[in-house]
Design a protein. Structure first.
Ligand code: PGA
Length: 260
């Protein structure tokens, strides 16, 4: 894991957007894994800005979203279909046929999940996966106890996740209890991972994921086993990292390392 800490959320998002842009410039038909939630909003805004300046083309890009609530129609204001359309897809030029978001309304979840996994493989695998982290250490909706080799499946949300996400709904009872989510094993097969976290409420989860033991109790800790994972943080989210000084040292000295 490479930990990068920025003085502000805006700078953190700009740096993460550069990472996405670098992948697209090297491979215009890259496959991107998308995340929802409040965390990646700034990243999407920055990507839209670069696109509108005419410096980033998404016309050959394929996307796969991490997860979706079960039971919400795609037109529901809190569905991840709606979120992605509002905040990203309607502002860039990804062909609609290339966009994949898990279905929260299928009548056959098992078959849908198998199809979703197959589609990722058929598309050539995910080149860059964007990730947020839950206060319980989840990535996507892989709640504590999820197998670290899990695949796309229907998942029962933790109470803490329902509490966290209640802020987006009129009433807590309106938050769905189930979601369809890529598994930890699915995420680990992406070639490159970008994990974003901001704000002090993520500091414990980040410390556990980055510096704690690898455990299914904090599914983000599985990312320690990934060969190419960058963690983009603002200062408050980095507040509980014990090795902070070393991460700063690396950021200063890495650019001067001998080029292989
Ligand atoms: P948030 O959610 O970005 O809204 O904090 C992150 C997550 O639960 O993965």
């Amino acid at each position: 894991m490479e930990v990068m800490i920025y003085p502000s959320y805006e700078e953190q998002c700009r740096a993460a957007a550069r990472e996405v842009a670098d992948v697209l410039n090297a491979k215009p038909n890259a496959v991107l894994g998308m995340a929802t939630g409040s965390t990646p909003l700034g990243l999407y805004q920055e990507l839209v800005r670069i696109h509108k300046r005419g410096e980033l083309d998404f016309s050959h890009v394929t996307t796969f979203n991490l997860d979706e609530y079960v039971g919400l129609p795609i037109t529901h204001a809190q569905s991840y279909h709606h979120f992605m359309h509002e905040n990203f897809f309607s502002h860039v030029n990804i062909p609609p046929a290339n966009i994949h978001i898990p279905s929260g309304t299928t009548t056959n979840y098992r078959a849908f999940c198998e199809w979703y996994e197959r589609r990722i493989v058929e598309a050539g695998g995910i080149d860059l996966q964007v990730l947020g982290i839950g206060t319980d250490g989840h990535i996507a909706f892989n709640e504590p106890g999820s197998s670290l080799s899990s695949r796309t499946r229907l998942k029962t949300l933790a109470r803490s996740t329902i509490d966290d996400n209640a802020r987006f709904f009129d009433r807590r009872e309106d938050v769905p209890i189930y979601a369809i989510t890529m598994g930890v094993g699915t995420i680990m097969e992406a070639r490159h991972l970008v994990l974003l976290a901001n704000g002090a409420r993520k500091a414990d989860a980040i410390a556990a994921a980055v510096e704690g033991p690898v455990t299914a109790m904090i599914t983000a800790s599985a990312l320690q086993m990934h060969p190419s994972c960058r963690v983009f943080l603002d200062e408050p989210a980095a507040g509980k990292l014990k090795m902070r000084e070393y991460y700063d040292w690396i950021q200063v000295h890495k650019p001067g390392a001998p080029k292989v």
